[in-house]
Design a protein around this ligand. Structure first.
Ligand SMILES: [Fe+2]
Ligand SMILES: [Fe+2]
Length: 377
């Protein structure tokens, strides 16, 4: 998602007017229609809805990982988080009116983006359950759809207090669906589940130490929440484990591609919300690296490589992509020939940065006998 609303904190003095105009646009009151329009956006940076070859997925045979599979499904069926996603006495009053307008705008942006991403999972999983006939697969996808529906609904509840609701029914019918072959769904979805876990738990642990920065009660719900995401990631790890070809040979290049794309997208998106991260008392770059580190450690359970996030080329090129994306947004906002030139220059910068990141040698390692892990952060 993002109406972005490129950065309002541009250091470039010549763009001060633009920055102010952007800030005005961001802080204007948002309606539910606008929120839904934001969720409808499809750019490289916004959460997408996916569709795939459901028959191929339905044909997966989980026999090679049967024992681990049954244990995971049993845990998910036991539904430890039934009842968690409800407001209770821990849900403090939120002073939306008194909130700094830029923080409010960025936080709402964060909530809409998260809600769309959660709901995107729900839509994909529900469709798999509907189309499938393989009981192992349909059971898993039914359980995951259940969780994601709760997650999206809970965020929507939080948004409703600010007078905003994303129209999820409308999104289901009208948002564009991107086709990914099943193996790309495995890589992308596995990573988004595990990075989701790492993001939620990192914020949760940080706010445990610094409760004065917890400016909204929803963060209190993050620990149990991220355990759901962890389990979803475990399921995709097992699915990939059923076929060693998925994580070897040429596919390792695809894995590297998805790792690089998911990490760099997160970096860019998070840097679009400087005030939100300030309010949390979190340095955006520290947070990014911390989430990458946790996700890398976890993904060793199934991927034979991890990205070298301490390589000297890593940070400078993430920053290059971030600057490029600001330029693209600025060009798009300006329009006309000048705007197009700015946009193209920004895209070139992003492309250059991506290639520079992709060509950093990856760290190879042996995969463990079993992929099973516990959420340990
Ligand atoms: Fe979720
Ligand atoms: Fe999930």
């Amino acid at each position: 998602m993002n109406a972005h609303a490129p950065l309002a904190h541009s250091a470039d003095a010549t763009n001060a007017d633009e920055a102010i105009a952007r800030q005005d646009a961001m802080t204007a009151a948002m309606t539910s229609e606008q929120a839904t329009a934001v969720a409808m956006q499809d750019t490289l940076l916004t959460p997408r809805f996916y569709t795939t070859d459901f028959d191929e997925m339905d044909a997966i045979d989980v026999t090679p990982v049967r024992a681990e599979w049954d244990a995971l499904i049993a845990r998910m069926k036991a539904d430890p988080n039934r009842g968690h996603f409800k407001k209770n006495e821990d849900w403090d009053h939120v002073d939306w009116e008194g909130m700094d307008p830029v923080l409010r705008a960025e936080f709402i942006d964060f909530l809409i983006s998260s809600c769309t991403a959660e709901f995107s999972g729900c839509v994909l999983y529900k469709e798999m359950k509907r189309r499938g006939s393989n009981e192992d697969i349909t059971t898993l996808f039914q359980l995951m759809a259940r969780d994601e529906a709760r997650h999206a609904g809970f965020i929507n509840d939080a948004l409703r207090e600010a007078g905003i609701a994303v129209n999820l029914g409308f999104l289901t019918q009208q948002k564009k669906y991107t086709y990914f072959r099943p193996k790309f769904i495995y890589y992308a979805t596995y990573l988004s589940e595990k990075i989701g876990y790492a993001r939620y738990i990192t914020i949760y642990r940080h706010l445990e130490k610094h409760p004065e920065h917890r400016f909204h009660p929803i963060f209190k719900w993050f620990r149990e929440w991220c355990n759901d995401e962890f389990s979803h990631g475990e399921a995709f790890a097992l699915l990939m484990r059923t076929d060693p070809k998925l994580t070897s040979g040429r596919n390792v290049w695809w894995i590297k591609f998805f790792l690089t794309a998911v990490f760099s997208t997160m970096w860019i998106r998070d840097h679009q919300r400087p005030v939100f991260h300030d309010a949390l008392g979190v340095d955006t770059a520290w947070y990014g690296q911390e989430v990458f580190r946790k996700t890398s450690e976890i993904s060793r359970q199934v991927f034979p490589i991890t990205l070298d996030i301490d390589h000297p080329r890593w940070r400078p090129n993430l920053d290059r992509m971030e600057r490029g994306s600001v330029q693209v947004a600025r060009g798009r906002a300006r329009g006309g020939l000048g705007g197009t030139a700015t946009r193209l220059a920004g895209m070139a910068k992003c492309g250059w940065g991506f290639v520079a990141l992709y060509t950093i040698p990856a760290i190879r390692h042996d995969m463990p006998e079993s992929s099973v892990m516990e959420p340990a952060y």
